[in-house]
Design a protein around this ligand. Structure first.
Ligand code: AMP
Ligand code: GLY
Length: 423
């Protein structure tokens, strides 16, 4: 198959590596990609956010399937333009992508579909924010309504900090003040053809910058899959996945279909397992980053089959995806200053030595090749991805590999998947 992948992060690299690992020899193109992706796909000079340009390229180059990695092209309407031309695309149209692009939209759809989520108040003014903070109580959760790359959220006991956060966004539109939900977080991905869904294996993400969940929210600093502790809480992964499929994914997909905006692509359910049951904290309209790096590393079913079946409306005929038993851990190496103000342009050494560790591969997040050196071009730079027979082994491998990489001033968390080792 000739497949065009849009995006330039470690998520897109992981998607491409999964496609590469299939028996079939696909012709994989990526726009714009990065230095790591360049080793596994042909980079094309194309603006991934330009619907007309992407459509003309896919049409002219006889692309069989377009896979949209990040949210920006979805919100820009790239999937709509491709679908209008009859080009199979994995990714929802602009309207359905509002599930991620607008928290207000997501809450409305959840209410209509009867999906469990926290209470939320949409506040337009400072006075409304203050009233909502008092009504919902501490800890306070305040979110920007639109896309904010995982950084528009504050969770704090400090009322003044919650208000200051709201002030930052209020001039651009309303903010959401939410009920605080307490419990472990799980990311669960569903491949959807607009009508049917197939769940992938659950993962846990580490959103805070520093060990022990300290520091600011980031795009994600590491992840692991599967989640061994689900056995105790839910009687195992299958029972958990079944419950979330029936109570959350299917009702939302049916609701969007009924509204005339079918969701074809990846439904990312960000969940909190509260004492009152599983609740949704957010939906995303695309694969999560870095969870994808661990979920796809364990996927035994050909990814291209899942994505193509979803894009062409034939998911009903596909069996549930199969996953290796292996433990998968990914740790993100971030530039100095990430997430506030990352310093870029520094040279990365030791990437090949890291990738030579048993069971380890690298997914590049923000790298470029300059004068035959690898340099960091963004906040999240590289993901070390390690597979092992146990989480202890996968963690040892990941941190052994990470220790071989040198990037001046870089930081990473040292506690990724520590919880999984305990079981
Ligand atoms: P979001 O961008 O909505 O995924 O929020 C980022 C992170 O903030 C989540 O992964 C949670 O850790 C935290 N968070 C968001 N909403 C809530 C909530 N209602 N209760 C508790 N924590 C939350
Ligand atoms: N890892 C969180 C996200 O992809 O939004």
């Amino acid at each position: 198959m000739r497949i065009l992948v849009l995006g330039s992060g470690a998520r897109e690299h992981a998607i491409i590596l999964a496609l590469r690992s299939e028996q079939a020899s696909h012709d994989i193109l990526a726009a714009p990609g990065n230095a790591g992706i360049a080793r596994d796909a042909t980079l094309v000079d194309l603006d991934p956010n330009d619907p007309a340009a992407v459509t003309a390229f896919a049409n002219g180059e006889h692309v069989d399937l377009v896979v949209i990695g990040p949210e920006a092209p979805l919100v820009a309407g790239v999937a709509d333009a491709l679908r209008e031309r009859g080009i199979p695309v994995f990714g929802p149209g602009k309207a359905a992508a509002q599930l991620e692009g607008s928290k207000t939209f997501a809450k409305r759809v959840m209410d209509a579909a009867g999906v469990p989520t926290g209470r939320a108040v949409r506040a337009h003014t400072r006075a409304e924010v203050e009233a909502a903070l008092d009504d919902l109580g501490a800890p306070h959760v305040v979110k920007a309504d639109g896309l904010a790359a995982g950084k528009g959220v504050i969770v704090t006991d400090d009322r003044a900090a919650a208000l200051a956060h709201a002030d930052q966004y209020l001039s651009g539109g309303p903010v959401l003040v939410e009920e605080f939900l307490s419990g472990p977080e799980v990311s669960l991905f569903f491949v959807s053809d607009g009508d049917h869904v197939l769940a992938l294996s659950p993962a846990q993400d580490y959103k805070r910058a520093h060990d022990g969940d300290a520091g600011p929210n980031t795009g994600g600093m590491g992840a692991y899959s599967p989640l061994p502790w689900l056995a105790g809480a839910f009687g195992g992964e299958d029972a958990f996945v079944d419950l979330v499929t029936k109570q959350i994914a299917e009702p939302v997909i049916r609701q969007l279909d009924a509204e005339g905006t079918p969701f074809i692509g990846l439904l990312y359910a960000g969940l909190i397992l509260t004492e009152q049951g599983v609740k949704v904290i957010e939906f995303n309209a695309r694969f999560g980053d870095p969870e994808t790096q661990v979920v796809l590393a364990r996927l035994a079913t050909p990814l291209s089959t899942l994505l193509m079946s979803a894009a062409s409306g034939h998911l009903e005929d596909e069996p549930a995806p199969a996953f290796a038993e292996a433990a998968a851990v990914t740790v993100v190496l971030a530039s100095e200053g990430y997430p506030e103000s990352p310093i870029t342009g520094r040279v990365i050494e030791g990437a090949d030595a890291a990738a030579s560790v048993d069971g380890v591969h690298l997914a590049h997040a923000a790298t470029a090749e300059r004068d035959s050196e690898l340099v960091a071009t963004g906040g999240r730079v590289l993901n070390v991805v390690a597979l092992g027979n146990t989480f202890g082994q996968a963690r040892d491998r990941a941190y052994d590999a990470l220790g071989r990489i040198h990037l001046e001033g870089s930081h990473h968390r040292t506690d990724i998947a520590a919880r999984a080792v305990e079981g």
